[in-house]
Every structure is written in structure tokens, then in C-alpha cells.
Design a protein around this ligand. Sequence first.
Ligand code: NAD
Ligand code: UDP
Length: 331
Amino acid sequence: MNILVTGGTGYIGSHACVALLEAGHDLIVVDNLYNSKIDTLEKMMRLTNKEITFYQVDLTNELAVDKIFSIHSIDGVIHFAGMKAVGESVEVPLTYYYNNIVSTMVLVKACLKYNVYRFVFSSSATVYGDNTVPFVETMDLLPTTNPYGETKAMSERILIDIAKANPTFSVSLLRYFNPVGAHESGLLGERPNGTLNNLMPYVTQAAKGVIKKLKVFGSDYPTVDGTGVRDYIHVMDLAGGHVAALNNIKKGVQIYNLGTGKGTSVLELIHAFEKENGIEVPFEFVNRRPGDIAICYADVSKANKELNWTAKRDIFAMCRDTWRFEQNLVK
Ligand code: NAD
Ligand code: UDP
């Protein structure tokens, strides 16, 4: 199929592009390069020996998006593009609401105009809020604690309403848990332009000595060792989830958790990283981060069954591949 991938030069998008190309799809990638680098495109093509059509376009630019749809015959859209820094979204909420919501609406408008009926959306486990684990797709969503999370919940609602009104429209809402890791080649990985947000990039910064110590947010959570528990998923497993979602897309709206179903604490992740890579990760305990929940992991039975997809790589592979990519960056 001809798939339009937004945010395709970003972290998850670039890994998914490789998996989609390997599955035989042709890709049109749209990204404004706000949080990614153009050389990622060349790396994806080198890894797969396939060509990619690329547009450096901002998705809030309706005319530019319409033009892309008018030029290409598109069979489906995977919408990764979005701003994702939780803390930043609290500081500049309008920027986040505008960017994430308007891009989604502009894209769907073009889909409806040009009869593109397959739409896969990057949502997040954050929409579950502080529900009881494991998180199941049928749960009522709870408020998130930040504008970023609200843009995900809001985009889901917009897509659900649009699918209701357009019975031929097929939407797959993919709720990612905590993507980490990198492509096994060491060529692709997470390379944000701005400040870091998530745990794993800080683990690598501490291992490299770029920061003195990793700050562990909270040591008194009701968890196995007092630190926060998350469901880390290897980005290549997540990438495979998109190929599966596209292959199995159905009319109406389907929601899938993409995780491993297994929780890992911050300390467990640090120790796995140290053991796998033979390097120390200096850390210190600091206060809890406002808005954080104690435990988050997925019930993945729906995606396992309906998409015939399972995350296969363990926490050690996630740590190994992350570190390989970091080592390659400094070479
Ligand atoms: P990323 O920042 O690496 O990639 C997003 C890409 O979108 C970037 O290349 C950026 O330049 C592009 N972009 C942003 N706004 C755009 C716009 N208006 N027009 C065109 N391009 C635009 O982020 P990622 O980690 O790859 O995340 C991809 C998607 O998955 C996002 O929607 C994110 O919210 C969602 N998600 C990510 C995580 C995570 O932990 N990484 C977890 C859950 C959900
Ligand atoms: N975390 C931490 N130090 C950091 C970044 C994150 O201790 O520098 C913890 C955080 O409190 C949470 C876990 O690591 O328990 C995962 O955080 P991340 O921001 O990666 O994902 P999210 O909280 O959005 O699930």
C-alpha cells in the first residue's frame, strides 16, 4: 500500500518506517523536522534499500497537506507527528493544543476529501490517567495531568466522532506504553532536538557522564522497590505493531494497547542497563515528579489476539540497543 507517514523522521516514526518498508509498503513521509533530523531519512533508505518520498511540511498548513493528497494516491495514513514533551506542554499549552489537534484535524479533513479510509493514530497510555493496572482498552479514561495528555485524549475523541459520522472510515487508536531502545543496526534511535523528557535518555546521559547523576523521581511509591513502574516496550516491537494494525484495520474504531504487559521499576531498569552494558549509571533519589503515577502497565491481550502481534524483546535488549545507538553517535 501507499502509506502516508506523518512524523516519520521522529523517534518512533523512523523505526516504524523501516518496518513498513520491509513489509513491502511504499511511503510518503511528512515532517516539519521540528524534533528530528533530515539525515534520518537517508538512514532509513540505506537500511532497507528502498526509496521514500519526503515532504518537509507542517501539518497545520492545510493547503500544503491538501497538495500532497492531491499528488499521491494514498491508501492509508499513520499519524505519528505531534509535540510530546509533558513538562513543556504545561508551560506552552496553546502551542501543544494547536499543533497536535489542528494537525490531526487537517489530516483527517484531507483523508475524507480524498477517500483515504485507513487511519492509524499514535495515542498514549497517559489517557488512562491513574486507573488500576493493568490498563485495559475498555476502561473509562481518567483526566491526564497535563495538556500533552489532553491532546491525546481529545484527538481520540475527535477521531471516534468522525468515524461514527463516516461509516467507511477505519481508525486504529494505538496506545503506546513506554517506548525505548533503538534499531539493532545502531543507526536509528532517539535523537530529540530539544530537552530530554523520558527516563531512558537520562540513563544514557548518566552512563556517558554528560550528567553527573540520574535523578530518580521518588523512592516511596507503593511498588516493588519504591520507584515508579512502567511498561517499557522496544521501539522495534512497537514498529511491528503498526504493520500489524495496518494489516488488520477494520471499519469503525479499534483501540489497542501496545506494550509488553510487564512492569519494570526505575531501579530495575537502571540495574538491567548496568548489567547488560557493563557500565555504571550513577543516580540519586529526589522528590516525586508532579503528575507522575506509581504504576502503569498494559493488558495486551487484545492486540495479541486481534492483531496477532506480541512484543518479543526484553528489557536487556532494550538497554543493549539503546546503548549501541548512543555509542555510534559519538563515533
Ligand atoms: P518525536 O518527537 O521523535 O517524533 C514526532 C515527529 O513529529 C518529529 O519528527 C516532529 O518533527 C514531527 N512533528 C511535530 N509536529 C509536527 C507538525 N505540526 N507537522 C509536521 N511534523 C511535526 O516523537 P516520538 O517519540 O516519535 O512520538 C511519535 C508519536 O507517538 C507522538 O504523537 C507522541 O505523542 C506519541 N507517543 C510517544 C511516546 C514516547 O514515549 N515517545 C509515548 C506515547 C505516545
Ligand atoms: N523518571 C525518573 N527520572 C527521570 C525521568 C523519569 O526517575 O529523569 C521516572 C518517572 O518518574 C517514571 C519513569 O521514570 O516513574 C518513566 O518516566 P518517563 O518520563 O520515561 O515516562 P512516563 O512517566 O511518561 O510514563
